[in-house]
Design a protein around this ligand. Sequence first.
Ligand SMILES: Cc1cc2nc3c(=O)[nH]c(=O)nc-3n(C[C@H](O)[C@H](O)[C@H](O)COP(=O)(O)OP(=O)(O)OC[C@H]3O[C@@H](n4cnc5c(N)ncnc54)[C@H](O)[C@@H]3O)c2cc1C
Length: 220
Amino acid sequence: MIIHENFSLKNYNTFSIDAKARYFVEANSVKELQEILGNNDYPRKILIGGGSNMLLTNDIDALFIHVNLKGKWIVNESDDTVSVKVMAGENWHEMVLWTLENNYGGLENMSLIPGNTGTAPIQNIGAYGVELKDSFVSCEAIRIEDLQLITLAKEECKFGYRDSYFKNEGKDKFVITSVTFLLTKNNHVINSGYGAIEEQLERDAIKNPTIKDISHAVIA
Ligand SMILES: Cc1cc2nc3c(=O)[nH]c(=O)nc-3n(C[C@H](O)[C@H](O)[C@H](O)COP(=O)(O)OP(=O)(O)OC[C@H]3O[C@@H](n4cnc5c(N)ncnc54)[C@H](O)[C@@H]3O)c2cc1C
C-alpha cells in the first residue's frame, strides 16, 4: 500500500473540492484495510467511499482511507430469489443497473442514489418508497477495536428512516466491507406508488411496468 502525502481529494469527492488530505491510502482488500486500520502511526483516520456525503471545507490533517473493495457475486439462489454479495467499493448505481440487467428485483426504486454500496447501510438509503433495509440480509464489517471481520444481521443494524446502528451506538466502530441483498428473480414487487414515478410511466404510456421501467422512470 502506498501512503501518499498532501494528497488532493478533488477526484474523490463529488463536489470536486480541491482539499488536501495530509495522508491518503487506497485499501483494495479486507486484509489491506485491517492492516492500515491497525497502523498506529496515523492516529486520525477518515474513511471515504464515493465521497458524495461529505463537504470538505479545508485541508485535513488525517489519513484518508479510500474503501476500494470490488466485486459482486451470487451467494445463494432458489427458483424465486437470489442472494447477492456486493463489496463495499462498488458504486451503488452501477450495481443497481447490474441487478436489473440480470432481472433481479428490489433495488430499482433506488436507482441513481450517489455513493458506494458499503456506505449505503449507514443511513439506510432510500428513495421513492423503498429503503435499503427492504432487501438487506446482512453486512460484513471490520470491528475497529480488534480488527476482526464480523457479520451483522439485519436486526443488529437497527434500521430506521435514514438511520441505523452505524449512526448511533455503532458510530465510528465499524468499517463496512460488503453487503448481502435478497432480490427477486420473478414475481417482482413493483413499487410505482410515488407520484413522480406514476406520472413518468403515464408520460411513457407504460401500463404494466417492469423493474427496468421503474428504474428508467426514476432516472428520468
Ligand atoms: C445529490 C445527492 C442526492 C442524494 N440522494 C439520496 C437519496 O435519494 N436517498 C438517500 O438515502 N441518500 C441520498 N443521498 C445521500 C448519499 O447518497 C448517501 O449518504 C450515500 O450513502 C453516501 O455514500 P458515499 O459512498 O458517497 O459516502 P461518503 O461521502 O464517501 O462517506 C459518508 C460517510 O460514511 C463514512 N464511510 C464511508 N465508507 C464507509 C464504510 N465502508 N464503512 C463505514 N463508514 C464509511 C465516511 O467516513 C463518511 O463519514 C444523496 C446525496 C447527494 C449528494
